[in-house]
Design a protein around this ligand. Structure first.
Ligand code: AHG
Ligand code: MN
Ligand code: MN
Length: 310
């Protein structure tokens, strides 16, 4: 499975690295199930991921951010044991301006007996993932994965066209240097999140100040915080009651990585990995990164927002 992910990542990286020279920039001309305008690279990355797995005999069903329904695989894979769920291109708004983007993947084992996989095989909690990770197309192309035994990083070596181990057993600092959130939504947040961000800006106590870093590509913000320490927040707000990010192919796989690196991920109250999915594209508020920072945010929003409801 991981070699197949690495193969797809090399193909996508090849397109990303030649953007502007080959026709991969700009809008594709269709709106996807998320109601977002698909970019050409969204479609190219989506087709690349599906093609890389159609005939391997390893997956019984796939699901993608870009496809409304589960993606069936040729019936020849009817004994296949794995389920692959992915966001083929994360950070689409950054493609045309040459800012880091990524691919996120989540692997489960099937729950149905045999034959083509079904929606039931896709709707499994993050706690049951057998592997998960992401590729970041940044200053280098890095594949990060976990199979439940630590987080390991591989860098694509362009001189030989192979991913090579760059670091293993990554542990994320308990307290981070950074906080990441789209502050233009400040007016829509609960008082709890306003208090959190005011604290990180040093309004209350300069000692608790953190640097603000927000790229607009979840994978890039997450990867920086994983290595340097930090907390990423995409809260529910008055306009998006479940937040924007998707549980199955953004929050759950990154939640697995975060926990394996000694960090944490929740929706503000419940661990992301414990949320039972009900729909393929369901959204969830996301709070993820350094363990103590995530705990601080959870405590603060519980205190402030609970007070607001009494
Ligand atoms: P995608 O491109 O797969 O739709 O994901 C974009 C997501 C995520 O990468 C990022 O953190 C978030 O959208 C940014 O949203 P805002 O522009 O609302 O901050
Ligand atoms: Mn995404
Ligand atoms: Mn995407």
């Amino acid at each position: 499975m991981l070699y197949d992910i690495a193969f797809a990542a090399k193909v996508i990286s090849g397109y990303v690295r030649r953007a502007g020279l080959v026709d991969v920039l700009g809008a594709y001309g269709k709106v996807n199930v998320q109601g977002e305008e698909q970019q050409k690279l969204d479609v190219i990355a989506n087709e690349t991921m599906k093609q890389a797995f159609y005939h391997t005999g390893r997956v019984c069903v796939m699901a993608s951010e870009e496809d409304e329904d589960p993606v069936p695989v040729p019936v020849s894979n009817k004994q296949a044991k794995y389920v692959l769920i992915f966001d083929p291109l994360d950070g689409s708004s950054n493609i045309d301006v040459n800012v880091s983007i990524g691919t996120v993947f989540s692997v489960h084992t099937r729950v149905t007996e045999s034959g083509s996989g079904t929606l039931e095989d896709c709707l499994q909690p993050g706690r049951d993932q057998v592997a998960a990770g992401y590729v970041i197309y940044g200053s280098s192309t890095v594949l990060a994965y976990t199979a439940g035994h630590g987080v390991h990083l591989f860098t694509l070596d362009p001189t030989i066209g192979e991913f090579r181990l760059a670091d293993h057993d990554i542990k994320t600092p308990a307290v981070g240097k950074y906080y990441s959130i789209n502050e233009s939504y400040y007016q829509r947040w609960s008082n709890g999140y306003r208090r959190v961000v005011d604290t990180f800006k040093g309004v209350e106590d300069l000692e608790q100040r953190k640097n603000a870093r927000y790229i607009g590509s979840l994978v890039a913000d997450f990867h920086r915080n994983l290595l340097a320490g930090g907390v990423f927040m995409y809260p529910a707000d008055s306009k998006s009651p479940s937040g924007k990010l998707r549980l199955l192919y953004e929050a759950a796989p990154l939640g697995f990585i975060a926990e394996q690196a000694g960090g944490a991920a929740s929706d503000g109250r419940t661990a992301i990995m414990d949320i039972e999915p009900k729909e393929l594209h369901q959204r969830t508020p996301l709070l993820i990164g350094s363990k103590d920072d995530v705990a601080f945010v959870e405590r603060t929003i519980a205190e402030v927002d609970a007070a607001a409801t009494t």
